[in-house]
Design a protein around this ligand. Structure first.
Ligand SMILES: [Zn+2]
Length: 306
């Protein structure tokens, strides 16, 4: 914003006592005064109040930039609801009703969306991020009991009348999502049969997935489980590359690290996957499906976005 033509006219433009006072306190012919007159700076520091005071022109420029960014996000949101299956399933007018309350967010790996035993602040509709749901087995250990990607919602229990989370929700694959405050979601949920239908479908899918996970752990060999898990994660992130360490997999799948390494080595020797530090790449999806237990076809495969 340096160089705005109105900046040298700061005194008549200011209209702010604090700004006028801060300007009056600047040393005459000092470096700051010269920079203001040259239009090179947009704000001054009010040392008495420990505040930065922006010139009116700079404030207007910032507001205009924020408004443009907001409009761009809104336009992107209007064009991208189909990236999440739940939003895509809503009638257009219902989606447009929700839109002002939806916030587009980017989520980093490891971000905790809600904590087990704590209130759920937001409902998330993943677009291309993947969120794992972790259940505590003892104070030091958490095991994955669910995985949510673009096919579902994080915060399903809000629609079931429970506003405290039973699991920790953590971002496993960085990406983007739309989110809505729990309070607003509750209001819209009550008035929208379509949203209710979608949430109940997601809740049912999560319950089936949790049951299948329990049966899978009890019944299937770890290599089969790992193949299933890699396919599920790949489907939800829409990528053949998974940014995961063996250590991370061992933690969330509740096995020793050496078990992960042995299973990965076995899958790699058959050229189904490859891996370098921190990244597993699926090379042969059909081959991996053949190795996976039947759990993948039972509950692991996400529905397509319409
Ligand atoms: Zn299984």
């Amino acid at each position: 914003m340096a160089g705005d033509d109105a900046l040298p006219e700061i005194r008549p433009l200011s209209g702010s006592v604090r700004l006028r006072r801060a300007l009056q306190e600047l040393p005459r012919d000092g470096a700051e005064q010269r920079a203001i007159e040259a239009g090179e700076i947009d704000a001054v520091i009010d040392y008495r109040g420990a505040n930065v005071i922006m010139f009116p022109m700079a404030r207007r420029a910032l507001r205009a930039a924020a408004s443009r960014a907001s409009a761009a996000r809104r336009k992107a949101a209007l064009e991208t609801p189909l990236a999440n299956a739940v939003l895509a399933a809503l009638p257009r007018d219902e989606y447009l009703h929700l839109l002002p309350a939806l916030e587009f967010v980017t989520l980093e790996f490891g971000t905790v969306l809600h904590e087990a035993g704590a209130p759920i602040p937001y409902v998330y509709f993943p677009l291309d991020c993947v969120v794992c749901l972790l259940t505590t087995t003892d104070p030091e250990r958490m095991v994955e009991t669910g995985m949510v990607g673009y096919e579902g919602i994080v915060g399903v229990s809000l629609g079931l009348g429970v506003d405290v989370a039973s699991v920790r929700a953590v971002v496993q694959t960085a990406g983007s999502a739309m989110r809505m405050s729990a309070a607003r979601f509750g209001r819209d949920f009550r008035r929208s049969p379509c949203l209710q239908h979608e949430l109940y479908r997601c809740a049912s899918a999560k319950l089936a997935q949790a049951r299948q996970t329990a049966a899978c752990i009890a019944s299937h060999h770890f290599e089969q489980r790992l193949a299933c898990w890699l396919l599920m994660a790949s489907d939800r992130s829409r990528s053949e590359d998974l940014f995961l360490t063996h250590e991370y997999l061992a933690t969330i799948l509740n096995v020793r690290r050496v078990s992960v390494t042995m299973a990965c080595t076995s899958l790699r020797s058959r050229e189904l996957i490859t891996y370098v530090r921190g990244t597993i790449r699926i090379l042969d999806r059909a081959g991996l499906e053949a190795v996976s237990c039947a759990c993948y076809r039972s509950v692991g495969f996400p529905r397509a976005v319409a």
